[in-house]
Design a protein. Structure first.
Length: 180
């Protein structure tokens, strides 16, 4: 194969739906709190599939599969990634802690940990909460979290679209599981 050759679909070693469902998942759960855009929800499902996340938890008025806009951006990941709906974030957090997860809000708060400086071990079970596109993670949710993660930003805006933020954070949390 020539270097720089763009891989064809059959060269990507993609898992089948059954192989994906049987694969050992990384101990990371993405929690989506009151996300307005179904396209953003679908994007997170697709990222969750790419990084073999344990699950996606959906909270509040965030839409759930099946939904045409989720389907459009998830490209089938909504059918492979495990997901669960919770009416409130407090309910989701209580459940996560009962199954051994540490819960972190992805939010700019006092004493947040910079994502590039945080060190989790491969044995840590981590859940990360991504909040609403405008208001972020609810203050009432923040008070129930074990900690806070912040993506360092150097520009003027200091905010990212939730789908982009999820990609950055979830990669950072799962890259240690990549097997060569």
């Amino acid at each position: 194969m020539q270097e720089g050759h763009k891989l064809k679909m059959d060269e990507l070693n993609r898992k089948s739906v059954e192989e994906f469902k049987q694969a050992e998942k990384n101990p990371v759960i993405a929690v989506l709190e009151n996300i307005r855009s179904a396209y953003n929800v679908g994007s997170v499902f697709r990222t969750a599939d790419a990084f073999l996340l344990q699950a996606v938890y959906i909270v509040g008025y965030t839409c759930t599969p099946p939904h045409k806009e989720i389907k459009k951006t998830a490209l089938g990941a909504e059918d492979t990634v495990e997901w669960q709906y919770f009416k409130t974030s407090e309910e989701a957090i209580r459940h996560l802690k009962s199954i051994g997860y540490k819960v972190y809000a992805v939010e700019q708060v006092a004493r947040s940990l910079k994502l590039n400086q945080v060190q989790f071990s491969s044995s840590d079970n981590i859940a990360v909460i991504f909040g609403n596109e405008v208001t972020g993670v609810e203050q009432s949710t923040i008070s129930h979290c074990d900690g806070f993660l912040e993506i360092p930003q150097m520009g003027m805006k200091h905010s990212l679209n939730i789908a982009t933020a999820a990609g950055v954070v979830l990669w950072e949390l799962t890259k240690k599981f990549v097997k060569v």
